[in-house]
Design a protein around this ligand. Structure first.
Ligand code: ADP
Ligand code: MG
Length: 327
């Protein structure tokens, strides 16, 4: 089967000003990432802040130019298309951001915000527009009166519902959700996650679901890809990854999830230290300075992302030692 989205060896380097007087530095934000998403599938993409998740999302949508690699949408490489050729694909992929306040126009009512994509993409006749807007609001659990209100009149969770409705207006096949619940209270997070799952079933959507911790994406992901300093270090079906991580970084992220169950206490310490700067990445395996399993080889040689079984990959010299020590 052809995946809905296939990313091959995607890379993006930002040039950032060097320290006073020195020449610009190269920041490898995304460094050779390959991923696939099947129709109807949710791929969770997780990693600490700064590891390149948002940049990856923007590369897929063409919001920032690609340096190297391919973005295949149903087999067509979007990277090589002109702006005009790209236009029809644009509609199939939508993005939802962490902060709906900054992505919604404060001077437009919710009705105007939802009408805009319908008009631009000529999706329905003017006479049907109002009922389509009501239908979209209903899908995200808002009542029809919301159309006449402005973004600031809503709570954070309701605003995220509006931005979800706007994404749905163009009937996309893929939604890139970039930390869509990170700014919300825990109880509201659960409501929005449930809504996204409901919508997925109803609309047969695929998601690339970005988060900085593994707790958020556990119940929405079919598969998970773990990213560290611009690279994928592990991919696996979600249930397997949570049960038996095979990269020390994944294990550390799992240990960082607060555990109400006291029988799970006494596991290895969660992540130590900070994520290194991508301007000056460590030698060998970039995780080695923080890794409890690191040995000499990890300082010198970068581990390749290799298959472990048919549907898992990990990039670790010591993957056989990794895994939650369950009591
Ligand atoms: P994440 O979403 O995982 O937090 P980002 O993709 O936002 O990570 O950033 C990855 C790295 O690229 C970070 O070091 C960030 O500072 C850098 N970066 C992101 N956008 C830019 C930009 N426009 N110019 C320069 N550096 C950037
Ligand atoms: Mg981000």
């Amino acid at each position: 089967m052809i995946p809905l989205l296939e990313i091959r060896d995607l890379a993006k380097t930002y040039r950032v000003p060097g320290k006073s007087g020195s020449k610009p530095a190269q920041l490898k934000a995304v460094n050779g990432v390959s991923l696939q998403i099947a129709p109807g599938e949710t791929l969770g993409l997780v990693g600490e802040s700064g590891c390149g998740k948002s940049t990856l999302g923007k590369l897929v949508l063409g919001l920032t130019p690609v340096d190297r690699g391919e973005v295949l949408y149903r087999g067509t490489d979007l990277v090589r298309l002109s702006a005009r050729q790209l236009r029809p694909y644009r509609r199939h992929m939508q993005m939802i951001f962490q902060d709906p306040f900054s992505s919604l126009n404060p001077r437009m009512t919710v009705g105007e915000t939802l009408a805009e994509p319908l008009i631009i993409h000529r999706l329905c006749a003017a006479t049907d527009r109002q009922s389509r807007i009501e239908e979209l609001l209903d899908q995200v659990g808002l009542d029809a009166a919301a159309a006449f209100r402005y973004p600031h009149e809503f709570s954070g969770g309701q605003r995220q519902r509006v931005s979800i409705a706007r994404a749905l207006a163009v009937e996309p096949e893929l939604i890139i959700a970039d930390e869509p619940v990170s700014a919300l209270d825990l109880s509201v997070q659960a409501q929005i996650l449930n809504l996204l799952r409901e919508i997925q079933t109803k609309n047969k959507l695929s998601y690339l679901f970005i988060a900085h911790d593994l707790a958020v994406i556990e119940h929405v992901s079919d598969r998970v890809a773990v990213m560290y300093l611009g690279k994928i270090v592990e991919t696996a079906p979600a249930d397997e990854l949570y049960r038996q991580p095979q990269h020390p970084y994944t294990e550390a992220l799992l240990n960082a999830i607060p555990q109400p169950d006291p029988s799970l206490a006494g596991r290895p310490a969660p992540l130590k230290g900070e994520i290194p700067s991508p301007l000056n990445p460590p030698s060998g395996c970039s995780f080695h300075p923080r890794c409890p399993y690191a040995s000499e080889i990890c300082h010198q040689q970068e581990p390749e992302l290799r298959h472990l079984g048919s549907n898992r990959q990990t990039a670790c010299h010591h993957s056989d030692k990794v895994g939650l020590k369950k009591p």
